[in-house]
Design a protein around this ligand. Sequence first.
Ligand code: GSH
Length: 202
Amino acid sequence: VKLYSHPLAPNPRRARIFLAEKDIGVPVVQLDIFKGENREPAYLAKNPLGGVPFLELDDGTIIAESVAICRFFEEMQPEPNLMGHTPLERAQIEMWQRRMELQILANTGGCFRHTNAIFAGRFPQVPEYGRMCRENALRMLEWLDAELASRPFVAGARYTIADITALVGIDLGRSSEIAIGPAQKNLARWYELVASRPSAKA
Ligand SMILES: N[C@@H](CCC(=O)N[C@@H](CS)C(=O)NCC(=O)O)C(=O)O
């Protein structure tokens, strides 16, 4: 098994944190996405959409999409559980994971892609869209701060994949002037809790 990744990109980081939480060791192949290594023909033959992460099983099967990779390992090794035990818990964790993906990560990612000079000339940028994403992300941090007043973790009483997506999304915002505000005490408390876990360095 091999995990194709990039050391700084948010989506591969989600998969690496998930694996670290489960203490599953998978050889990682880092691809230089800024040089387009992941889009060379040999990699596109494996993974036609070209994004990282993607997982290659020993029989050549490819699993792309970070949450699909997480799902595979959750099913292979259910404990420590990160995606829910019961039908209700699974649905709630999935709800929060999707919200973190769509409301936080997609907005910090949209801002980064559309405003950061690193993408100039590589990717069509619409700065106005990027600024709108920043406003959305800041509003969603306010919302998440209010949600976290009633529970320690994003999806409830324990750490789950929803916390991983939120952490990665919020960390991505740093390079786009999207930060947890000084008044957002619940979010700051949660951030300290999840960012200090050893897995956050994966
Ligand atoms: N929906 C995919 C997104 C994959 C994705 O967009 N990955 C980015 C890095 S975070 C990437 O590979 N960008 C470079 C490229 O697409 O060439 C997932 O969740 O894994």
